[in-house]
Design a protein around this ligand. Structure first.
Ligand SMILES: *Cc1c(COP(=O)(O)O)cnc(C)c1O
Length: 389
């Protein structure tokens, strides 16, 4: 059967119905599954049969979520994890050996950066970093032991964009595994596999859940690589719970309509900020002023829900903004129905020196807004009153 449209697959991809002929997929809260007889059990354990054995390996709810995201990303296969970080860690740990080398953008999610700097060196895995805005430097970092090329686009929190097609070409030329953390774009806005990525990672906690309820992560892509990741995870135990998988699969049914609206609201917020006298600059992928606007247009359907901008007066200005905002939440999550504002220089990135923050494009006055689904007039009114005081 040919694949249906994205919106239809998001709703109609479903595991087989039970004898009750339920319309919506039920929750399979079971740790294990039973066997018909000794032969069935033997064949299942030797992988001759594709079936559920134990929920650390697979479960109908997680299988449904994986199938859906595979269709959305046009991926062959996948594995679902308890958190986005479990997906990132398990993907690297399954594929890397002592002595291997990774080339990564320097502006990656904080905990991913900690894996590269604090933990992988313990296993003699080293990482070299490139500036996301200088992709021409990537090839000079590649060594014979380089195995993985890694990036996020758009980046957190500076909303920089990198050309995925260019990364795909570099990976192909040097025989590297290209892994993209596609969390900020979602599979609805951007499909890195089309540009040459071998694996795509998501923190499902963000726009995939979209309502700030559960944590989850997923890796999808090339079937041979996923097989390695599956075997590693089946033994080490980072599996997603069936309950969270059920929530996330339900959430995907509304992903296209939610993300359409998030993007519409975010573009309006970005346009409002661009014309505001108290704002130094605004970064949003679908504003013409974004340095990689053309690349964003090429690889993304819309600009996403995150807007970065700089208030005047640096750290104090950023803290002042957080203190005067009323409706928008101060919270670490993003991609929620509720609009969330953060000030990276005084919070998530405060342990870095100012110079190191600037290397990843985080200026003292940078504010990140995860634009939600409240009425746009109320979101803008809140931002406006906070900038006025
Ligand atoms: C949040 C996030 C993660 C980590 O996901 P968790 O579900 O919080 O573990 C990884 N990458 C990016 C880009 C994120 O925003």
């Amino acid at each position: 059967m040919t694949q249906k449209k994205f919106e239809t697959e998001a709703i109609r991809t479903q595991v087989e119905r039970t004898n009750f002929l339920e319309h919506s997929n039920p929750l399979y809260l079971t740790s294990s599954f039973i066997f018909e007889d000794a032969e069935d059990m033997r064949a299942s354990f030797s992988d001759e049969k594709q079936r559920n054995i134990y929920s650390r390996f697979s479960n109908p709810n997680t299988s449904e979520l994986i199938d859906k995201i595979c269709k959305m990303e046009e991926a062959e296969s996948g594995f679902a994890f308890a958190t986005g970080m479990a997906a990132v860690f398990s993907t690297f740990a399954a594929l890397l050996s002592s002595g291997d080398h990774v080339v990564s953008a320097s502006s990656v999610f904080g905990s991913t950066h900690s894996l590269f700097t604090k933990y992988f060196p313990k296993w003699h895995i080293t990482t070299s970093y490139f500036n996301i805005n200088e992709p021409e430097t990537i090839e000079s970092l590649i060594k014979p032991e380089t195995k993985i090329l890694y990036a996020e686009s758009p980046t957190n929190p500076a909303i920089d964009i990198i050309d995925l097609e260019l990364l795909g070409n570099i990976a192909k030329k040097h025989n590297l595994i290209l892994i993209i953390d596609n969390c900020f774009a979602t599979p609805y806005l951007q499909q890195p596999i089309k540009f040459g990525a071998h694996l795509v990672i998501h923190s499902a906690t963000k726009l995939i859940d979209g309502q700030g309820r559960v944590l989850g992560g997923i890796t999808v892509g090339n079937a041979n690589l996923i097989k390695e990741i599956y075997l590693f995870s089946r033994n080490t135990g980072p599996a997603l719970s069936p309950f969270n998988a059920w929530i996330l699969s339900k959430s995907l049914e509304t992903l296209p309509v939610r993300v359409d609206k998030h993007c519409e609201n975010a573009l309006k917020v970005a346009q409002f900020l661009e014309n505001h006298s108290k704002v130094n600059w605004v970064k949003y992928p679908f504003l013409k002023s974004h340095p990689q606007y053309q690349v964003a247009k090429k690889q993304m359907k819309f600009g996403g829900n995150i807007v970065a901008f700089e208030v005047k007066d640096g750290i104090d200005g950023g803290r002042q903004f957080l203190n005067t905002i009323k409706m928008c939440s101060l919270s670490a999550n993003l991609g929620d129905t509720r609009t969330i504002v953060t000030h990276p220089a005084s919070t998530t990135h405060s342990s870095l020196e100012q110079d190191d923050r600037l290397k990843v494009n985080i200026t003292d006055g940078l504010v990140r807004i995860s634009v939600g689904l409240e009425h746009i007039d109320d979101i803008i009114a809140d931002i406006e009153q906070a900038l006025a005081t």
